[in-house]
Design a protein. Sequence first.
Length: 189
Amino acid sequence: MNEHIRPALVTLGLMVALTGLAYPLAMTGLGQALMPDMANASLVYRDGQIIGSALVGQTFDSPEYLHPRPSAVGYDAAAAGASNLGPTSAVMLADQTARATAYAAENRTDRAPVDAVTTSASGLDPHVSPENAAAQAGRIAQARGVPVADVRAIIDAHLEPRWLGLFGEPRVNVLLVNLALDATLPQAV
């Protein structure tokens, strides 16, 4: 029996050391060396204070800010997830219709982009589509008392292309645009 227990314990100890210690430490070190910003949650600072992460969406309701994609979890990272409503759900369709109507009225447009009325799978998507951001530019400019072209220039400057030109969709980070709006185009008093 000892001839079986000893090799099993040695193998267990080796696997714990490799998969529980060596591998996590190596990945942490590699992440810190190659992409320290991403490895540290892409935290965003203003005046030395953490105000969010470029990777996690948060709510902005004021008319002078770019509004994020709707969240099924109220932007609560502890409860991240989708609503789990199916495409034929009457509740989901009613929610989307209400969001589309509100978006169109708020931004004075005849149609709402898909990402303005649907929630993301995580409920924490920090990006909106370029179409969504562009449709909000007029409202933001009016609320700030600046030309629409100035707001569009900030949005265009924060356009993130497809990764490696192939993967994903072009997108605009809501938090970064809102910080740039505050820094470049202070709100009208």
